[in-house]
Write a protein that binds this ligand. Structure first.
Ligand code: PEP
Ligand code: MN
Length: 340
């Protein structure tokens, strides 16, 4: 249930009302917006009578929330959430962030060079996989702990915050030790609930990618797992889904953006690289992402795509990324988005 409080409700009375509700066993999600103060109740509210709630003088209106996601629900929090990464990059609420870099961290020279190029072009964050989820156990699995060291090094050169994928609860201390600025939960782990709970117990921003065949409600429920543990800093990522179409790697579900924004208050970014799987499509899909109202982009960039250890076919060269940024800047300005 959501309870909308009166604009001028006295703080003491609100406090007393909240105490009453917590004594009844409800968890309260307190959301103070510019013109609204909403109490979102989490727990079994079936027995709670609306007339009892409405009788309290601090209450303006109340409404039952039928969706299974609560903390992520836009009804609980009407304003857009702005997630801050690395103390400087904002995502959401009119702030647009571009995460760019190679699929995998391969060497110090490679990651540092790409980091410098994407930073110069205007990317907000450096991406790069150290622990890689590969379909084949014989494919390159990533440089693992060494990859994190190299990302840390690249960050010290460019000052850009880093985002990298976590696949295993046991690696969380390593990620915290290396001060990873944003933890990526990949498509294949979107419903690894123990992993979601574990990142929910940190306060590191999380980039949660949509599963290959997951519905939007399943994606939002996974965000709810993270938020239920106390970490509100979740950014959702549409990265293409499985359809009957075989001419590209996946199908970018562009409709996910307006629908997710209706369902939740969390920022939504698009990854056109994994959606398309082919580099020539990436700029068109990136432009579409801005037009449809996304809050950011994740784009794979490699200094030598033909020799990349993973996802070379979908990676832009640094020059192609420069060209794309030249088109995205005026487009973002046209839509009133601030590039961080
Ligand atoms: C990636 O970002 O490199 C990646 C593996 O993405 P996804 O989980 O979306 O496949
Ligand atoms: Mn990749």
């Amino acid at each position: 249930m959501i309870i909308v409080l009166k604009q001028n409700a006295p703080a003491q009375q609100v406090q007393a009302f909240c105490k009453e509700l917590t004594n009844m066993g409800f968890e309260i999600n307190d959301s103070v917006g510019q013109n609204t103060h909403i109490l979102g109740l989490i727990g079994d509210t079936k027995a709670l009578s609306e007339s009892w709630v409405l009788a309290n003088p601090v209450v303006d209106t109340c409404r039952r929330v039928s969706e299974p996601y609560k903390k992520a629900n836009r009804k609980f929090h009407p304003d857009d959430t702005v997630v801050e990464v690395g103390g400087k990059v904002k995502i959401g609420g009119g702030n647009f962030a571009i995460m760019a870099g190679p699929c995998s961290v391969e060497s110090e020279e490679q990651i540092t060079l790409v980091a410098q190029r994407v930073k110069a072009a205007g990317a907000s964050l450096l991406r790069g996989g150290a622990f890689k989820p590969r379909t084949s156990p014989y494919s390159f699995q990533g440089l693992r702990a060494e990859g994190l060291e190299l990302l840390d090094h690249a960050r010290s050169v460019t000052g850009q915050p880093i985002v990298t994928e976590l696949m295993n609860n046991e690696h969380i201390p390593l990620f915290l030790d290396k001060k990873v600025d944003m933890i990526q939960i990949g498509a294949r782990n979107m419903q690894n609930f123990e992993l979601l709970k574990a990142v929910g117990r940190t306060n590191v921003p999380v980039l949660l990618k949509r599963g290959l065949s997951s519905t939007l409600e399943e994606l939002v429920m996974s965000a709810e797992y993270i938020m239920a543990e106390g970490n509100p800093n979740v950014v959702l990522c549409e990265r293409g889904i499985r359809t009957f179409e075989t001419s590209m790697r996946n199908t970018l579900d562009i409709s996910a953006v307006p629908m997710l924004k209706k369902m939740t208050h969390l920022p939504v970014v698009i990854d056109p690289s994994h959606a398309a799987g082919i580099a020539f499509m990436v700029p068109s899909l990136a432009k579409a992402a801005v037009a449809v109202g996304a809050d950011g982009l994740m784009i794979e960039v490699h200094n030598d795509p033909a020799r990349a250890k993973s996802d070379g076919a979908q990676s832009l060269t640094p020059d192609q990324f420069d060209d794309l940024m030249k088109v995205l800047r005026p487009e973002l300005e046209f839509f009133g988005m601030k590039l961080n």
